[in-house]
Structures are given as structure tokens and as C-alpha cells.
Design a protein around this ligand. Structure first.
Ligand code: NAD
Length: 508
């Protein structure tokens, strides 16, 4: 039995490809999985297309589709421990963190389950007594769903739940580094009663297994979460077939801190904002933008606390944060830190691989703080996606907003101040998709998630995240049909002596 799931059956890759999955925490072999190529993805697309075109899922009444999502939520809770362990094995994050993710995923399925159950379109008041107008929501069709490695099943759930709720069929391609929870999800979808061919899974590299999802004309929509460079490529390759494209890309998120904010709260939140999951969070607060007068005390305390964060593998009870996902990713983070120092940033802590013998087989990198940064440094404007905090200072509110908005991205940002007016004004002026006031990180499935600028196109979660998977269709009914009277009728033209146009129009 293979691990690709196509047309309701577990199958191996056509050309027999396999890939080793190794723990980023200690390099042990987690498992070997099937590695799809383009041919496998094309088979999966064909299955999804057949399933969509024969309406086996889209014709299921919306309340039943919603009920199925609620069943999936129950199964996710039943198998929470197994799922959390699989997520931890692939990512190296602590089991407790994976368990939180599984609860979030369950809530996501529940929320879309309820939304799908109640989605019955809307009547439009035309202002014309004889006309009835209704907008109904139809599924977009076959969706290609491409997801990253940092929150593997969570990012998958944000796509799979609304896609199924809307009545779409799909081909999912998770990150080649973290496939296991997607495999388990396919088992659970089948157990919950998703018809064969509606939910398909291919595992493998982006350029081979992933690419057909943005080029194949049988795919109606591609929904992608990942890096900006890949997102641009996907958008370009989707253009010839004019697919709907939804992109959730990176962020370079400002944490704006005014001097009047509660000190302990601000330091603690700033620390968590960047060092949770070793900074491998799209909404990480990677840029501290702090009022100059508070700079010294804030940064000194951040440095002291960052130095105490304990790195380790997921099974070490002392661990506070885990490894980076791969050797290549650690090299990238390291290069950004080196570039920042070369460009004039002051390294306050971290910046060197740990020497602890226990950590030598994993891709660990310590919490790193670069002080006295400026926006022209690559470590400030590019997404390093690691445990690297850059510090910039501001003098007044306008300056704070200018610095916080000086990014090509626009995913998330936070403002901390004791003055509510200050918070409201900064929140109103930040050009980012999510703003936290005196908080950092929380989200709920009912509220939209996504970015301004180069952080993406479209939204996930919320009603807009459901609408991504729907085509609105307007149905107009004239209850008292009759001639339009726009052009002269045959009777009118006979009376006025007109000839040839009338005889052509009469069809005789
Ligand atoms: P990535 O762009 O390298 O890969 C993401 C996915 O795309 C993977 O499944 C990969 O195999 C696939 N892929 C790569 N090339 C492809 C191609 N040509 N065609 C089709 N698929 C292709 O990103 P990553 O390193 O896995 O994830 C980290 C990135 O994800 C960060 O930039 C992070 O900010 C972003 N992210 C964004 C959000 C958000 O909500 N905005 C959430 C999580 C992660």
C-alpha cells in the first residue's frame, strides 16, 4: 500500500519514487514515503475532475457537507495524540505545541462545517415587482492545494475544510518535508464519508509533483501557502489557463512598542512573537520597532530572556523551542544574520550555532537579536523565517507608522501602548492584514487571515476564506415574461412600410 491517495485508493508513485523523512531535531529516520512525479499528480487531477464533473459531492446538500466536516472534527479529536506525534516527528516541534495545532485544526473544521450548513445564497431586491433575483454559491471546481512545512496540517485545514464545505474536489500537495499528517487526514476524510475522487493526495517536491497544479487546465483554482518566490512562480504559471489563484505568502511583521506600554507584558509578548517555533511563523514579530526612549531597557531585558531560552528535541522535557526545519533553512538564516552584521547591525545575542553535544544532529539555531538595524538591511526587509529579531527605533507616532509600513509585505503587525487612542490610530494606519493591539498572535477561524501587498492574494478563514472556494452565480427570473419592446416588432415595421429587416427577423 502506497501513501499517495488517488480516486479513493492508496497507491504508490508511478515511477516508484521514494523519499526519506528525517527528524530535524536529531536526524533519525522518521519514515520513507512515496514521492510523486508529475504523472501521479496528473492522475490525481483526472480523478478530482471526474468527481467534480459527475457532481458526486457538489450535489450533496450543503447541510450534509457541513455535517461531514463536523464528523471530521470529531475524528481529529479522537486521533489527536497520533496526529500530534506525527506532526512533531516531521517538524521537531514539541508535542504540546502540535496538540495545540490539532485543537486549532479541529476548530477550523467545526467553523467551516457550521458555515457550510447555513450557506444558501441570498435574494436580491431588484426594485422590479415582476423580477426575482437570487445569488447562489457554486463550488469553484477542482482545486490544487499546496501547503508549507511550518504548520503542516493547520495550513492544510485552512484550505481543505472550506474546499470540501463549498463542494469542490481537490488535489493536496503538502510540503515534501512534512507529509505525515496529510496522510492521516486522508484516512479520516475517507472514514468520515468523503466520496472517492473528491479528496486526493500527492506527496513530493514542488517543481515536479506540485507544478501541474498550477498549469493543468483541468484545475480551476490553485490555493498556495508558502514563500513569495514560489508564490510568484505559481501565479505566473496559472495565468495561461486563467485559474483562480489564492496566495498566502510571507511576512515581515512589525511589533510597534511605545514607551508607555507595560514593560513586562511588552517584553514577554515581543519574545514570544519572534521566538515561538524558532521564528518559523509567517506572522512572527520579526521587527521590533521600539520608541527610542524605551530602547535600552526593553532590549537589555529581551536579550537577557532570549539567552535563557532552552533549545532541544521534542522529547526533552526541558525544551522551550525546537530546531529549524532543515540544514538548508539554517544556512539561509545564518546568512541573513551575517549580512545584517556586515551591514552594521549590532549582534546582541545568538548568532552562532549551539555547541551542546545533544544538539549536534539537529538543525538548531539560537534566539538571535540584532540591534540598531535600519530598513535598508536585507535581514530587516527580507523574510529570514528564523529566530532572528531586528530592532529599529522611532521618535514619534508618524515615525513608528512609517517604519512599520516600510515593507513589501503586509501580513500582520502589533502595537503596544497604554494609550488606547495611540493604539487605535496606529492600528488604523498599519497596512497589514491582521493587527493586534496589546497582544500578539491570536486568531479565530471566524476572522479572515491574509496579507496586504506581497503577503498574498485573497484570504483564508472567515467568510472570505470560504468564498475563495465558491463562484457566485446570479439567477434572474422574470415572473411576467413579455417582449422587451427595445427594437421595433414586425407588426410595428409592417405598419411603417419597412421591408427586408422585418422579413429576416420573422424567420419565414
Ligand atoms: P515554499 O514556497 O518553499 O514551499 C511551499 C510549498 O510549495 C511546498 O509544498 C513546496 O513543495 C511547494 N512548491 C515549491 N515550488 C513549487 C512549484 N513550482 N509549483 C508548485 N508547488 C511548489 O515555502 P516553505 O518554505 O514550505 O514555507 C515557508 C513559507 O511559507 C514562508 O515564506 C512563510 O511565511 C510562508 N507561510 C505563509 C503563511 C500565511 O498564512 N501567509 C502561513 C505559513 C507559511
Amino acid at each position: 500500500m502506497g501513501q499517495l491517495f488517488i480516486d479513493g485508493a492508496w497507491t504508490t508513485a508511478v515511477d516508484g519514487g521514494r523519499r526519506e523523512i528525517r527528524s530535524p531535531a536529531d536526524g533519525h529516520l522518521v519514515a520513507e514515503v512515496d514521492e510523486a512525479g508529475a504523472k501521479d499528480t496528473e492522475l490525481a487531477i483526472a480523478a478530482a475532475r471526474r468527481a467534480f464533473d459527475d457532481h458526486r459531492w457538489s450535489s450533496v446538500p450543503a447541510p450534509e457537507r457541513g455535517a461531514l466536516l463536523l464528523r471530521v472534527a470529531d475524528l481529529l479529536q479522537r486521533d489527536k495524540a497520533r496526529l500530534a506525534r506525527a506532526e512533531t516527528d516531521d517538524t521537531g516541534k514539541r508535542v504540546a505545541e502540535s496538540e495545540i495545532d490539532m485543537d486549532d485544526i479541529t476548530n477550523c473544521f467545526r467553523w467551516f462545517g457550521h458555515l457550510a450548513s447555513t450557506d444558501d445564497g441570498r435574494l436580491v431586491d431588484t426594485g422590479i415587482a415582476a423580477a426575482r433575483s437570487k445569488v447562489v454559491h457554486e463550488p469553484v471546481g477542482v482545486c490544487g492545494l499546496i501547503t508549507p512545512w511550518n504548520y503542516p496540517l493547520l495550513q492544510t485545514a485552512w484550505k481543505v475544510a472550506p474546499a470540501l464545505g463549498a463542494g469542490c474536489s481537490f488535489v493536496l500537495k503538502p510540503s515534501e518535508l512534512t507529509p505525515h499528517t496529510a496522510i492521516i487526514l486522508m484516512e479520516l476524510l475517507a472514514e468520515a464519508g468523503v466520496p472517492d475522487g473528491v479528496a486526493n493526495l500527492v506527496l513530493g517536491a514542488g517543481a515536479t509533483a506540485g507544478a501541474p497544479l498550477s498549469t493543468d487546465p483541468r484545475v480551476d483554482m490553485v490555493s498556495f501557502t508558502g514563500g513569495l518566490v514560489t508564490g510568484r512562480r505559481i501565479m505566473e504559471s496559472a495565468a495561461p489557463t486563467v485559474k483562480k489563484v489564492a496566495l498566502e505568502l510571507g511576512g515581515k511583521n512589525p511589533f510597534v512598542l511605545f514607551a508607555d506600554a507595560d514593560h513586562e507584558t511588552a517584553v514577554d509578548n515581543a519574545l514570544t512573537a519572534i521566538f515561538l517555533h524558532s521564528g518559523q511563523v509567517c506572522s512572527a514579530g520579526a521587527r521590533l520597532v521600539v520608541e527610542e526612549s524605551a530602547h535600552d531597557r526593553i532590549v537589555d531585558d529581551l536579550v537577557a530572556r532570549a539567552r535563557r531560552i532552552r533549545l532541544g528535541g521534542p522529547d526533552d522535557p526541558e525544551t522551550e523551542t525546537g530546531p529549524l526545519i532543515s540544514a538548508a533553512h539554517r544556512d539561509k538564516v545564518e546568512a541573513y544574520v551575517a549580512a545584517g552584521v556586515a551591514e552594521g547591525a549590532v549582534l546582541r545575542c545568538g548568532g552562532e550555532r549551539p555547541t551542546d553535544p545533544k544538539l549536534q544532529n539537529g538543525y538548531f539555531y539560537p534566539p538571535t537579536i540584532l540591534d540598531r538595524c535600519t530598513q535598508d538591511m536585507s535581514v530587516v526587509h527580507d523574510e529570514s523565517f528564523g529566530p532572528v529579531l531586528t530592532v529599529e527605533t522611532f521618535t514619534d507616532l508618524d515615525d513608528a507608522v512609517r517604519i512599520a509600513n516600510d515593507t513589501e509585505y503586509g501580513l500582520a503587525g502589533a502595537v503596544f501602548s497604554a494609550d488606547h487612542g495611540t493604539c487605535e490610530e496606529v492600528a488604523a494606519r498599519l497596512r497589514h492584514g491582521t493587527i493586534w493591539i496589546n497582544d500578539f498572535g491570536p486568531y479565530v477561524p471566524a476572522a479572515e487571515w491574509g496579507g496586504f501587498g506581497h503577503s498574498g492574494v485573497g484570504r483564508e478563514l472567515g467568510r472570505a476564506g470560504f468564498a475563495e472556494y465558491q463562484e457566485p452565480k446570479h439567477i434572474w427570473t422574470n415572473t411576467r415574461p413579455g417582449p422587451t419592446g427595445w427594437f421595433p416588432s414586425s407588426r410595428d415595421t409592417e405598419r411603417s412600410g419597412a421591408g427586408p429587416i422585418d422579413s429576416a427577423g420573422s424567420g419565414s
